[in-house]
Design a protein around this ligand. Structure first.
Ligand SMILES: [Zn+2]
Ligand SMILES: [Zn+2]
Ligand SMILES: [Zn+2]
Length: 260
């Protein structure tokens, strides 16, 4: 199994439109953060977690020619607005999408044309919807996925564990029951927005505390804002915790042996 960070940026992306702060003006490619999304691959099987407004750019950069399915963490714009750009990848075989019921309802409201029943002669995305629930494992394109609950301000959304890896974006709290399901990870991707505290995201300090509690072999922070450069954040994080960057890949050669 191979994981590729398609984007590790906060909702605005970095650089932020109209901002001339040092991070937004940085020439380090690791300071350019597209909206948060992950690619999961094994052989020719490919899943994506979330399709935000940067999905088109991410798919082109990654030269994606197929995607079997998309797992949605929640319905916020920075995680779903690229749904329409699934179209060219969906025409041949269709694309499966997995999300909680309320998120699928939200997607239906945001993109009603994409969910009109019947094939029709048109250029709509061809999507197959699947309802998922926290704590209930499911198979997606041959990957065994465990969705788990995390708290995102007033919302409660999903994180995903696949094998000994987990992707936990957009959260300011992880309930104990989910923490218990996040033990024994080789790699954890975890929300870490900024220095200051925030009502719906872990700040760096909270992310570090949670990462150390969960004890993954390696933790990468995601959904990062424009307050700090990659290299400065890297310096101040403890061993085993690093900021992610767009294009980072992680390979689990033991994945087959280490099914959940
Ligand atoms: Zn977000
Ligand atoms: Zn900025
Ligand atoms: Zn969100």
């Amino acid at each position: 199994m191979r994981l590729t960070v398609l984007g590790c940026g906060t909702s605005t992306g970095v650089p932020v439109i109209g901002c001339s702060c040092p991070v937004c003006r940085s020439t380090d490619p690791r300071d350019r953060r597209l909206r948060t999304s992950l690619l999961i691959e094994e052989g020719s099987r490919r899943l994506v977690i979330d399709s935000g407004p940067d999905f088109r750019a991410q798919a082109l950069r990654q030269a994606l020619d197929t995607v079997d399915g998309v797992l949605y963490t929640h319905g916020h714009a920075d995680h779903v607005l690229g749904l329409d750009d699934l179209r060219p990848l969906s025409f041949r075989r269709g694309i499966d999408i997995w999300a909680e019921k309320n998120v699928l309802e939200q997607l239906n409201r945001m993109f009603p044309y994409a969910f009109v029943p019947g094939d029709g002669m048109n250029s709509r995305p061809k999507l197959r919807e699947h309802v998922i629930q926290e704590g209930e494992r499911f198979e997606a394109s041959g990957f065994e996925i465990l969705p788990l609950r995390v708290v995102h301000g007033k919302d409660s959304i999903l994180g995903f564990r696949v094998g000994r890896a987990a992707w936990i974006t957009d959260c300011n709290e992880i309930p104990q029951v989910s923490q218990d399901l996040l033990k024994g990870l080789d790699v954890l991707f975890l929300d870490g927005l900024q220095e200051r505290s925030h009502p719906t995201h872990f700040n760096f300090e909270q992310a570090v505390v949670m990462a150390q509690k969960l004890g993954a072999g390696q933790t990468y922070l995601i959904h990062i804002g424009h307050e700090i450069r990659y290299k400065d954040l890297l310096k101040r994080l403890p061993a085993g915790i690093e900021p992610a960057w767009d294009g980072l890949t992680w390979e689990d050669k033991k994945a087959k042996k280490n099914r959940l």
